[in-house]
Design a protein around this ligand. Structure first.
Ligand SMILES: *Cc1c(COP(=O)(O)O)cnc(C)c1O
Ligand code: SF4
Length: 377
């Protein structure tokens, strides 16, 4: 175990209570990469350094120290490195790549809110993150909007939620909502739970992955109230599952929150069945986090080198289905450009249909007949 893991576990209470120590995660942020110039201290070749600096000028760079320490620098293809260190390939943007790959802006009736499905909205309380991922599909917004939390900026979004009784779920996303101070989170939570038709608060975050010490008892308390709370984490590789991440997830579960995970399928990071299988098992069995979605790579700019084909993704989804229990299995989806929503891309098991008889491929690969027998009620 490397020393930062030992440090991280020490910040944690022996009986599993979350850390109360804001200094621990603040140190982790301060000692990490916060500016382009901090890349100078990393073991990159001069050519890599120049490319990284060019790419980092285009898209923000930030890496907390403990996450940075997960990188094995002797491996140029290290899966942690691939997620956060700017690379020369990012500068090779392709025709057809998009600033807003899932049309957040087209479905935004008021600033900082996206409403595409009747019963749920995305709310963007901040456009800052604890870590900046090179593959992020919102990276253009993070750069161009680039502002943190302000109470006034969210007022039109709250008014919109109040005025739309069909909204049952409010999804805090961004940016990373858990990069906000406890006080701001508590205020946002209180404001949302005061709207009687809202039933569930969802938080999409990479903090339990990239800055797990931020999950303090104060953070957990800030989110507790009337609403059912679901925290959707974003682990992409089993190497991200450290003792500190485990502790953060335990604190969230013990706080009464439901934990789900979404991963992005990334070439060279997690595009093998072994890597995905281990990730999904460890998520469920070690962290108590249910794998929810495996996202096909969207058309974020400069990411062609990290995208797989859909056929490759389907083969992986099919292999996972055969190897993993139902609760460990994520749904392989594509978030369509232009606002078509998230569509399952998993392989179809239906081979043919003839009247009431369907020919369906089993998990063992054999095709079997199933004949419908439906009577009158
Ligand atoms: C992803 C997303 C949601 C949430 O979708 P689920 O399938 O419920 O997880 C809601 N609104 C928008 C605009 C989204 O992009
Ligand atoms: S934490 Fe999420 S929003 Fe922030 S850069 Fe990473 S993927 Fe994008």
């Amino acid at each position: 175990m490397t020393s930062h893991l030992a440090d991280a576990s020490m910040a944690v209470d022996a009986d599993g209570a979350p850390a109360d120590d804001d200094a621990a995660w603040q140190d982790d942020v301060r000692a990490g990469v916060r500016h382009v110039r901090d890349l100078d201290s990393l073991p990159l070749s001069p050519a890599e350094r120049a490319a990284a600096q060019a790419a980092a000028t285009r898209h923000k760079v930030r890496i907390p120290k403990a996450y940075l320490d997960l990188i094995d620098w002797s491996d140029p293809a290290d899966p942690i490195r691939a997620q956060v260190i700017p690379s020369p390939e990012e500068l090779a943007e392709q025709e057809g790549e998009l600033d807003d790959p899932i049309a957040d802006h087209a479905f935004s009736p008021v600033p900082r809110l996206t409403h595409r499905h009747a019963d749920r909205v995305l709310l963007f309380p901040t456009y800052q993150c604890a870590v900046y991922c090179r593959f992020c599909f919102r990276k253009e917004s993070l750069t161009s909007i680039g502002r943190g939390f302000s109470r006034e900026a969210l007022e039109p979004a709250f008014a919109y939620i109040e005025a739309h009784p069909e909204i049952r779920e409010v999804i805090l996303t961004g940016g990373d909502p858990l990069s906000l101070p406890d006080k701001a989170l508590a205020e946002i939570r209180a404001r949302i739970e005061a709207v009687p038709h809202v039933r569930l608060l969802r938080i999409h975050t990479r903090v339990p992955v990239a800055l797990p010490l931020r999950v303090t008892s104060g953070l957990v308390r800030a989110l507790q109230g009337r609403l059912m709370v679901t925290v959707v984490t974003h682990f992409n590789h089993a190497r991200e599952i450290t003792p500190a991440a485990e502790q953060a997830c335990r604190a969230l579960r013990q706080g009464g929150f439901v934990l789900l995970n979404q991963s992005v399928l990334l070439k060279g990071v997690n595009d093998t069945v072994e890597v995905l299988e281990e990730l999904c098992r460890e998520l469920m069995y070690r962290l108590g986090v249910k794998p929810y979605y495996l996202h096909h790579g969207d058309l974020a700019r400069g990411m062609a080198h990290r995208r797989t084909t859909i056929a490759e993704g389907q083969a992986l989804a099919s292999a996972l289905r055969a190897r993993l229990s139902g609760i460990c299995n994520p749904i392989y989806v594509l978030d369509l450009p232009d606002g078509g929503g998230k569509v399952p891309l998993g392989p179809s098991y239906v081979e043919a249909q003839d009247g009431e008889t369907w020919r369906i491929r089993g998990q063992d690969g054999q095709v079997r007949a199933y004949t419908e027998i439906v009577g009158d009620l």
